[in-house]
Write a protein that binds this ligand. Sequence first.
Ligand SMILES: Nc1ncnc2c1ncn2[C@@H]1O[C@H](COP(=O)(O)OP(=O)(O)OP(=O)(O)O)[C@@H](O)[C@H]1O
Length: 241
Amino acid sequence: MSEPLLKLSGVHTHIEQYHILHGVDLVVPRGELTVLLGRNGAGKSTTLRTIMGLWRASAGSVQFDGRELAGMETPDIARQGIAYIPENMGIFAQLTVQEHLQLACRSGKPDAARLDWIFGIFPALERFWHQPAGTLSGGQKQMVAIARAIIEPRRLILVDEPTKGLAPAIIDHLAEAFVQLKASATTILLVEQNFGFVARLGDSVAVMDGGVIVHSGRMADLAADQDLQTRLLGLSLAAHQ
Ligand SMILES: Nc1ncnc2c1ncn2[C@@H]1O[C@H](COP(=O)(O)OP(=O)(O)OP(=O)(O)O)[C@@H](O)[C@H]1O
């Protein structure tokens, strides 16, 4: 098997006086969609922010294609070809869809073929191209956030709970978008709580609890094993209620 694209080993993160990640070991294989599951407060968002350098790892290593990211500044991490879509999406209400995508291009102008590919995935973005993002629905804003992340080719995309607060029809559309993104050989690390959404999409899965990874394996194995789901997802929920 080839070396994973991203590998976290023994990562600890402190936020002020709080010790949040307690030695995270996580492997993200190349070209796959890896899902990070776990209850609220398990440390999933902190893991993504630590990879991006938005929180500093206090110990451990974050290897990206053999290069150490821990200690690097966030813009340098992004320059490795890593995009991050935070839970709040970071959309600017006054800027149009066009302006969001232009700002995300180093050349200031999206590549025409790439833009056509994105419009194929999200036709609504072409329709609302000149509209301020503040006037779009939650699902359409999520599409802007994803489009902005992939307007230039990326090696790894980190996505934090893209389905949160979205209607089922929009979630189905997003699932289709992720299928197309995967087909373009982009590696994806997706944080989710919606198991139905990711059970079909994920290649590999890791489950977090209490700031550590408590399970990792193939998503197909977890999706087919009710007992394992209950033990990992149900039990961890019950234990913390
Ligand atoms: N800025 C902060 N200051 C202090 N504690 C924080 C901060 N951000 C997160 N935490 C704490 O870190 C822990 C992990 O939070 P994190 O957001 O990583 O969890 P999560 O698994 O992504 O859950 P959620 O789905 O609720 O976002 C929680 O106990 C949270 O309260």
